[in-house]
Design a protein around this ligand. Structure first.
Ligand code: WQD
Length: 336
């Protein structure tokens, strides 16, 4: 039996694929390479010792995706595939709704047709919106402030409704906080298209000389140093969380959300200082206006994932900074 990993050539998907293979699972990856490169599949083979089955498919293409379900005996799906840039989603909402929502409906229809009723979904802490106070718990009211976040909220609802209609469905909704870092080998990592939206890839591009300086979005938040506070989590810790969630999904039914975060918040300037210290490199920055849609403070209450999945994080902020830099300096132009 195999695990279908949609978006498995992406940043979190590739790290998860390696953990799955090393745990003995057979992995099938579908990816349309819209935010990843073919080289990633070679790196997964290099690092795990086994080449996953791969199909270049956009999940909206039902005929092509059906061929994948026909070619492999699947027992579960880990669903990463989707556009993920907050700013772009505000400018092109229909592109996000079509790709992320229609793609998920096609996937879930095929899961039903082939009796594959176990799913681990890549959700996001962004569903906690702007009206909750950190630390965020899974039972808090959900809301979103941009179309990207809305697609995550809607997909959570699709899965909840499907599981209510068919008691054989089993799902884990994994609400990621801020994934950073890279596999210790430095052979896979975050490789954003164009100008990075997220903090750490921007910092590593400044460090490698690709960008002049970091713009710190806002220094007047109600936080210790005025800059935004987030819960940064090492991508390998996150990948291991998917493995534990999959094992749980395979032996239960129903739908459960889980926060995947460290439970500790760090400010933008904390991260800059930690990166400079861990890597002995200077990161020039300027304090600028807040970024529209940002909240001041976000960090997890991660007790549920620990209690129910036996998951806890191992890597420190220093580890995350070291591993992010190790990836970037070994791959100054990503996978290009
Ligand atoms: C982190 C902090 C910024 C860039 C988003 C999505 C979430 C997830 C991760 C998508 C904030 C500040 C950033 C920069 C800065 N999924 N910042 N200068 O916004 O918390 O979460 O990305 O990939 O669903 O919502 O992450 O890394 O963009 O920002 O000062 O150049 O860094 O204001 O305080 P965010 P981020």
């Amino acid at each position: 039996m195999a695990i279908l990993v949609t978006g498995g050539a992406g940043y979190i998907g590739s790290h998860t694929a390696i953990e799955l293979i090393q745990a003995g699972y057979e992995v099938v990856i579908v990816d349309d390479y819209s935010n990843s490169k073919p080289a990633v599949i070679d790196r997964i083979e290099e690092l795990s010792g086994k080449r996953p089955a791969f199909h270049e498919v956009n999940i909206c293409d039902k005929d092509k995706l059906r061929e994948v379900f026909e070619a492999h005996e699947l027992e579960a799906v880990i669903h990463f595939a989707g556009f993920k840039a907050v700013g772009e989603s505000v400018l092109e909402p229909l592109k996000y709704y079509n790709n992320n929502l229609n793609g998920t409906i096609v996937l879930m229809e095929l899961m039903n047709a082939f009796d594959v009723k176990n799913i681990v979904f890549s959700s996001s802490a962004t569903v906690y919106g702007m009206n909750n106070t950190a630390p965020f718990t899974e039972d808090m009211p959900l809301s979103t402030t941009n179309p990207y976040g809305t697609t995550k909220l809607f997909i959570e609802q699709f899965i909840k409704d499907q599981a209510a209609a068919d008691k054989d469905w089993s799902a884990a909704l994994l609400r990621y906080f801020n994934p950073i870092g890279a596999h210790q080998s430095g052979r896979i990592g975050e490789d954003p298209n164009d100008i990075p939206n997220n903090l750490m890839p921007y910092i590593t591009q400044v460090a490698v000389g690709k960008r002049e300086q970091l713009s710190v979005f806002g220094s007047d938040y109600d936080t210790p140093d005025g800059t935004g506070v987030r819960d940064y989590i090492h991508v390998v810790d996150l990948a291991k969380g998917h493995l534990l969630a999959l094992e749980n999904v395979l032996k239960t039914t129903g739908v459960e959300p889980y926060n995947l975060g460290t439970g500790v918040g760090y400010s933008v300037l904390d991260v800059v200082k930690a990166f400079e210290k861990a890597n002995d490199v200077a990161i020039p920055y300027q304090l600028v206006e807040r970024r529209p849609g940002d909240i001041g403070t976000s960090y997890a209450d991660a007790t549920k994932a620990k209690a129910e999945l036996g998951w806890e994080t191992e890597f420190s902020l220093e580890d995350m900074c070291r591993d992010s830099w190790n990836w970037q300096k070994s791959n100054p132009n990503g996978y290009a």
